[in-house]
Design a protein around this ligand. Structure first.
Ligand code: NAP
Length: 248
């Protein structure tokens, strides 16, 4: 029986690459998305074309009712959950903190922090052995920004990813005895739509040139680390913050 993973924000970018690789590696995949139904449907088709099973689920990770419904839909469609990739995330336009509207900061923390905590909570409820679960794995998508701070661009986003690192450290200790490993991947400059959503479509390529590896990374390169952390190959790894950032 294939193992089941729910990936938030899996219609585009890093989440999509994780969904495709997970499907190719034999996982059944819950493909969460916020609004882009066509993109999510394409990811489902990709997984099915590789011989796997997948279901697309619309839901805002920052809404508790959406999150609980999303987990229920995945388990109804694909079977009991084995893993979560806590990937959905947003950033705002480049800005100094002094110029940031409160609504923008609240949105960043709602999606990146509250949303990730809600999804981790739902996974903990389902996976923990003392609650009838079978154990499993959670991979949180943090960012190199958590240690760099993203000055002059988005310190709100960087702080939200610092919270993800701390969630990973605490939850790994809380859930280790429950048979659940919890790790984070901290991508660097990865070529996805997120930079355009922050008003800088060329950001990954431009700043990627300044990294030791002299280029931006691809979503597929991040997915390799994520899928490794989901699987038995990383069975003694928990509480780790794994940089996939080209040395940045
Ligand atoms: P992206 O290309 O902009 O894709 C974002 C994905 O998240 C989309 O699938 C989007 O769904 C979904 N999403 C957005 N808000 C959501 C919400 N409220 N509820 C559910 N889904 C939501 O982003 P990405 O670059 O792949 O980033 C993925 C993760 O990696 C994020 O956590 C980001 O912070 C992190 N990261 C990225 C980079 C980078 O350089 N790209 C670096 C470090 C960390 P729709 O398609 O429906 O809009």
């Amino acid at each position: 029986m294939a193992k089941v993973v729910l990936i938030t924000g899996a219609s585009r970018g890093i989440g999509r690459a994780c969904a495709r690789l997970a499907g190719a590696c034999g996982w059944s995949v819950g493909v969460n998305y916020a609004g882009n139904e066509a993109a999510a449907a394409e990811v489902v088709r990709d997984v099915e074309a590789a011989g796997g099973r997948a279901v697309a689920i619309r839901g805002n990770v920052a809404e508790e009712a959406d999150v609980t419904a999303m987990f229920e839909t995945v388990e109804t469609a694909l079977g009991p959950l084995d893993a979560l990739v806590n990937n959905a995330g947003v950033l705002g336009p480049k800005s100094m903190l002094a110029d940031m509207p409160a609504a923008r900061m609240k949105h960043i923390f709602d999606v990146n922090v509250f949303g990730a905590y809600l999804c981790a909570r739902e996974a903990a409820r389902r996976l923990s052995t003392s609650r009838g679960g079978r154990g499993g794995a959670i991979v949180n998508i943090s960012s190199a920004a958590a240690r760099l701070g993203a000055p002059d661009e988005y310190v709100d986003y960087a702080g939200s990813k610092g919270a993800i690192d701390t969630l990973t450290i605490g939850l790994a200790k809380e859930l280790g005895p429950e048979g659940v490993r919890v790790n984070a991947v901290r991508p660097g400059l990865i070529d996805t739509d997120i930079h355009a959503s922050g008003g800088q479509p060329d950001r990954a390529d431009r700043l990627g040139m300044t990294t030791p590896l002299k280029r931006a990374g691809s979503a597929a390169e991040v997915a390799e680390a994520v899928i490794w952390l989901l699987g038995e190959e990383s069975s003694y790894v928990t509480g780790a913050l794994l940089d996939v950032a080209g040395g940045r």
